[in-house]
Ligand binder design. Structure first.
Ligand code: UGA
Length: 442
């Protein structure tokens, strides 16, 4: 079993580190934020990720949480870089946290041996720069591997333990083999490749998934105009094995810390390398417009939104996470406030810290709906599927429901008195019928 040092106790670092301990390795997770480390030491995860705390408890003996670099590095054979790479003003990746780790390794001394594994999402070409930086700091004997993570928040533990594939990019086959051996126990195909290609797999995979979402969102928008139902269309398309059913859920646009950022990274990477990636421009623009479409749906029913009370149900960028990064709810709340609406929001776990102060945050879905002129389902929380919608209708001023995630069965909510509109679903069973008679054949 190996000794692994993980740099960064964010979503990727924590899940990666804790899951490696589940595979039997000794893992030291190091972060520079004291609150995170204190919380972890008390057995609590600083993020909401189903299953994570159970694994932390089960593997407690193999896990160390530390602020101290020397403690993390002691005896470590692998250095997993899992630090954040947020976008800069230019949209490129801010790699400063990555460079800090390299500097720290160098300061730890030339006797540091092992393999550096890049998990953070980085532009293609970063591995080569890191290799050069390691060499320049006298760490030529430290191996380098790009091993991108494909963990989705909310299912990250499951994704780690049941991966579709493990991608390993290395210059030296011994480094690739060493990292592969860490994953022993997982049943997945291993794609061994060069460092550039491994870096590109990550960006291309996220960009492709985002492209599918923007595609189905545009299909949904056309469905609304022609009377088709995107849920049926997605199913009918997705059952074609060449297409597949995943990432064809129409909604209010994708968010999170990965898709928006990585798609922009790839677009800029192409641009900086002399290629205009047209398709990604469209993917990004469609996504931005999609977040705003709910506003026009509300206006269609309510006219001006000035003084109207709108309840946003869910804030997180998707269910089963508390993450608000790039959440469509933020754009939606701002747009509604700009239209003069009164905005009340509820989410079971997300921290609405960076919403505008004018937004009212309440503790329960029904409380958010009190005297509301409209409700919008923003996040597909199970709590909303199970809500008593007849009671919800009673507390609202106007029973208007815009389902931004196509979470509910339209007929069920309509039967309790709601005016219901989803995304790409026929607003009313008869609205899809052509108004004019079909021309008669001669
Ligand atoms: C995504 C990828 O799925 C992971 O494989 C990857 O490792 C991760 O980014 C990353 O780069 O770290 P994540 O951002 O956690 O994971 O979330 P997803 O479940 O992929 O959803 C992203 C967004 O797309 C959410 O806003 C979600 O609501 C939206 N989405 C997803 C749709 O609108 N429709 C769909 O059919 C699927």
């Amino acid at each position: 079993m190996a000794n692994i040092a993980v740099f960064g106790a964010g979503y990727a670092g924590l899940v990666t580190g804790v899951c490696f301990s589940e595979l039997g390795h000794n893992v030291a997770i190091r972060d520079v934020v004291p609150e995170k480390i204190h919380r972890l030491r008390s057995g609590k995860a600083p993020i909401f990720e189903p299953g994570l705390e159970d694994l932390m408890e089960r593997n407690d003996e193999r896990l160390t949480y530390t602020l101290d670099l020397a403690e993390a590095l002691e005896g470590a054979d692998f250095f997993f870089v899992c630090v954040g790479t947020p976008p800069t003003y230019s949209g490129d990746a801010d790699l400063s946290a990555v460079w800090s780790v390299i500097d720290e390794l160098a300061r730890a001394g030339k006797e540091t041996h092992g393999t550096l594994v890049m998990k953070s999402t980085v532009p293609v070409g970063t591995g080569e720069k890191v290799r050069a930086a390691l060499d320049a700091r006298g760490l030529t004997h430290v191996g380098y591997v790009s091993c991108p993570e494909f963990l989705a928040e909310g299912t990250a533990v499951r994704d780690f333990l049941n991966p579709d594939r493990i991608v390993i990019g290395a210059w030296e086959s011994a480094d690739a083999d060493a990292v592969e051996s860490l994953h022993r126990g997982l049943d997945a195909e291993v794609v061994k490749t060069d460092v550039y290609s491994a870096e590109m797999v990550k960006l291309a995979a996220n960009a492709y998934l985002g492209t599918r979402i923007s595609f189905i969102n545009e299909i949904a928008n056309v469905c609304e105009l022609v009377g088709a139902d995107v849920e049926q269309v997605a199913r009918g398309m997705g059952l074609d094995r060449r297409i597949g059913t995943h990432y064809l859920r129409a909604g209010i646009g994708f968010g999170g810390s990965c898709f928006p950022k990585d798609i922009s990274f790839l677009k800029l990477l192409a641009g900086n390398s002399g290629y205009h990636f047209q398709l990604l421009n469209a993917v990004i623009e469609v996504n931005e417009l999609q977040k705003r479409r709910v506003v026009s749906k509300l206006q269609k029913h309510l006219g001006s939104l000035r003084g109207k009370r709108v309840a946003l149900l869910g804030l997180a960028f998707k269910a089963n996470t508390d993450d608000m990064r790039e959440a469509p709810s933020k754009v939606l709340a701002s747009r509604l406030l700009a239209e003069g609406a009164e905005v009340r929001v509820w989410d079971p776990v997300a921290h609405p810290g960076d919403l505008q102060p004018a937004v009212t945050v309440v503790d329960g879905a029904l409380e958010a709906l009190e005297d509301a002129d409209a409700a919008v389902i923003v996040t597909e929380w199970a709590e909303l599927r199970e809500l008593d919608w007849a009671q919800a209708r009673d507390v609202m001023r106007t029973p208007l429901l815009i389902d931004g995630r196509n979470l509910l069965e339209p007929e069920e909510v309509r039967s309790v008195g709601f005016v219901y509109e989803g995304i790409g679903r026929v607003a009313n069973a008869f609205e899809g019928l052509p108004e004019a008679e079909e021309p008669k054949l001669a």
